[in-house]
Write a protein that binds this ligand. Structure first.
Ligand code: G3I
Length: 359
């Protein structure tokens, strides 16, 4: 029996019984862990807490080979005004990564969201083109040779394409049409020829009409870019899983296979489980979350091994989920592989099964 099947069996066998956490393999520091990794694992980081919460920093060192700023490289953080850049946060995170033998991913260059107020002033195609190119040249240029991959365009497919049209509304789409995507990738490639350029998006894993439509639109977009020799190198699957929704394993596997068939690497970039509609019982909730992650990663890994797997946060102590998906019963969300006290949950065991050598 494959170990993944075993884990799935163990998780499915009794949702109410606790997973034997002693099975979670003990890992020491980043370098030691890296030697054991088949697929590098990492997490989105809140840089300020890394510096003020020693237990958090210790957990990141213990588990991660890759870090990515949960913020810091977004326009809202980097661009306080049209003429200035504020690199303090990403500079501190990349220094942490360097000091601990990790790498830092770049998230993100062009996104519809997290834009500072001054960007409403960008109201002609000429200005939009100038700002997009200037931003990418300055930011990618600053970290040239140090950031191995960038989310160049984040979330370009609209949330509900039948209602909103295929592409997500943004100042970039409004001013430049869909060519903004090509322009962003070409500018990034010209600025750092050795970094991997990623198109990153979410909601490809559900058995819903919306998810199916989004898969098909993303494949159409990728084909179009590839036909035009646009330097897009990888598809980033965010993986913000909906706790109560089954994974459409066949649909997801086919999608990943098709994207890979276009010559793209596959990365899992923002995995977590949105648990606002899951049962209150902690053990049950954690096991359902672990099972979703197992289903999601097996659907992907059955066809292509991702180049890296990152969760969007490491510990339940620091997560974006309650901003949008707090629970009605007031209980804290538990979307991540470590609990609020940095103890590994069943989800960490699943992640280790998919990332460590010999699994
Ligand atoms: O830090 C301030 C805090 O000082 C203040 O008191 C508080 C009051 O609202 O806000 C805090 O900032 C919030 C920040 O998250 C904290 O990390 C911002 O309001 C909030 O907008 C920001 O949200 C982030 C969101 O992207 C927008 O940038 C989330 O942390 C971050 O997890 C989320 O990440 C996105 C990815 O970039 C793309 N994919 C989806 C993913 C989840 O939504």
């Amino acid at each position: 029996m494959h170990r993944r099947d075993f884990v799935k069996g163990a998780l499915g066998a009794g949702l109410a019984s606790s997973v034997p956490l002693e099975l979670v393999l003990p890992i020491s520091q980043a370098a030691q862990a890296a030697a054991r990794q088949r697929v590098p694992y990492g997490a989105a980081i809140r840089t300020d807490f890394l510096e003020t919460d020693p237990h958090y920093a210790e957990a990141v060192r213990k588990y991660c080979q890759i870090v990515v700023g949960e913020g810091g490289l977004k326009w809202i953080d980097l661009r306080p005004s049209r003429s200035s850049f504020e690199f303090d946060q990403p500079d501190r995170l990349i220094a942490f990564a360097d000091a601990n033998g990790m790498t830092m991913r770049g998230h993100t260059l062009i996104w519809y969201a997290a834009m500072p107020d001054w960007t409403v002033e960008i109201d002609t195609a000429k200005e939009a083109e100038f700002e997009l190119i200037h931003h990418i040249e300055v930011v990618v240029g600053r970290y040239r040779g140090r950031i191995p991959n960038w989310d160049v365009v984040n979330e370009p497919i609209s949330e509900d394409p039948d209602k909103e049209g295929p592409l997500r509304d943004s100042i970039w789409l409004q001013q430049l049409g869909e060519d903004y995507i090509e322009l962003a990738f070409r500018t990034a490639a010209a600025t750092d020829q050795n970094t991997q350029l990623v198109l990153n998006d979410f909601d490809f894993e559900k058995a819903t009409p919306v998810s199916r439509k989004r898969r098909s639109l993303m494949l159409d977009l990728l084909k179009k870019l590839k036909d035009r020799d646009v330097p897009v190198h990888a598809l980033g699957l965010q993986g913000h899983l909906t706790g109560e929704a089954e994974i459409d394993k066949d649909g997801l596997s086919r999608f990943v296979e098709d994207a890979h068939g276009l010559g793209l690497d596959i990365l899992v970039t923002e995995l977590d489980v949105i648990d606002n509609n899951l049962p209150a019982n902690q053990g049950v909730r954690d096991q359902i979350a672990a099972m979703r992650v197992n289903d999601y990663l097996s659907a992907i890994c059955d066809v292509v091994e991702p180049k890296s797997i990152l969760t969007w946060g490491l510990s339940d102590k620091y997560t974006w989920v309650p901003i949008w998906f707090s629970r009605r019963d007031g209980l804290p969300n538990r979307p991540l592989p470590l609990d609020e006290n940095y103890q590994p949950k069943a989800m960490m065991q699943v992640l280790q099964e998919f990332t460590q050598a010999g699994s």
